[in-house]
Design a binder for this molecule. Structure first.
Ligand code: TXA
Ligand code: MG
Length: 320
């Protein structure tokens, strides 16, 4: 997969302020030295991303994360011990050495230890915190293979480390511990209930708190979207009678078969793992529409339903 020589080359690029795309368990990240503002500026330029959307800082272990914060609450310690390395980003008060560009001017930083051997090898060998958003252009579906990164960013990235397909498949759960109560800023495959069990208290959701107290820029944009209209529906009757379309249908569903269908796993982990890959390949077919059978509105599907809601163009009211 990735050789020692490639890791060394990546470290050299990062030291000189360049960009390296690397695999994580969630999606591929576009990494730069987080404490080098010029390198971080290149990330925004490569993605054509507005600088108002903050970047997650990746580190190799809990100690390194703690050193990026001015306050490390007990809740952070417990969650980190339980879920890192893993698909959880913790938002905490930042140290002043982290450039404002990384956090879009916020006083808090998003931190994560990714559970991927290549990411951990890179973080350890470079001994640098790496600012890394998903390695796609702004508004595109996040990449889950090295090929996706190459298609999306081409020579805007200095090196792509190929670690195969991402095992989780959608972006990390983002939890803010910067205020007086924990707030779920972005759902993911690490579910709310698992977090609440460790915290011993319920999480507030973003729509229950004031945005002034819990700024979360970057979440309101229409992210994760294919170019083809994605129509989220509860039944076949809601799909267009005309145009060339395809329905992403959960395995085991029978009565929609008069439409061309693409099977989707009926188990959430398996669904998340293939979702962006399927969106990219179906999007490339040049259809008039993509139909999407809504998955169940149960907690295990929260992260997936969040991404589908952002990607879907119509019938958003059908989502939980
Ligand atoms: O799984 C992931 O999280 C991937 C991999 C590469 O780690 N990264 C990722 O990054 O999805 P990105 O930039 O596409 O999304 C990061 C989101 C931001 O849009 C924002 O909503 C939230 O995380 N975020 C980051 N830093 C924050 C901060 N300081 N305060 C509030 N929200 C923050
Ligand atoms: Mg992204």
């Amino acid at each position: 997969m990735v050789s020692r020589e490639q890791i060394d080359a990546a470290v050299g690029i990062l030291r000189s302020g360049g960009l390296v795309a690397f695999p994580t368990e969630t999606v591929y990240g576009l990494g730069a030295h987080a404490l080098d503002p010029l390198a971080v500026a290149r990330i925004y330029a490569a993605k054509s991303r507005p600088q108002s959307s903050p970047l997650i800082v990746h580190v190799h272990n809990i100690d390194a994360a703690r050193r990026m914060t001015s306050h490390w609450p007990e809740a952070a310690e417990r969650l980190a011990q339980r879920f890192w390395p893993g698909p959880l980003t913790l938002v905490l008060p930042k140290i002043s050495q982290i450039p404002d560009l990384v956090t879009a001017g916020l006083g808090n930083v998003g931190l994560r230890v990714p559970a991927h051997p290549v990411a951990l090898a890179l973080l350890t060998a470079s001994a640098m915190p790496l600012a890394a958003p998903s390695a796609n252009r702004f508004t595109e579906v996040s990449p889950t293979t090295a090929q996706h990164v190459a298609q999306s960013l081409g020579d805007r990235v200095d090196l792509i480390l190929d670690g195969g397909s991402c095992s989780v498949g959608i972006e990390s759960t983002v939890l803010s511990l910067a205020g007086d109560r924990p707030v779920l800023l972005r759902p993911g495959m690490l579910g709310r209930q698992e977090l609440e069990e460790v915290l011993g208290q319920p999480l507030a959701l973003l729509d229950q708190v004031s945005t002034a107290a819990h700024p979360s820029p970057g979440l309101s944009d229409r992210h994760y979207a294919p170019r083809t209209p994605l129509l989220a529906v509860a039944s076949a009757a809601e799909l267009p009678a005309s145009g060339r379309g395809l329905v992403l249908l959960l395995d085991g569903t029978k009565d929609w078969s008069h439409f061309p269908t693409h099977p989707m796993p009926s188990e959430p982990r398996a669904y998340a793992q293939v979702l962006y890959q399927v969106m990219r390949s179906v999007d490339a077919m040049g259809l008039d529409w993509i139909g999407l059978q809504l998955p169940p509105a149960t907690p295990a599907w929260d992260g997936i339903n969040d991404r589908l809601r952002r990607a879907a163009q119509k019938n958003n009211s059908l989502f939980p």
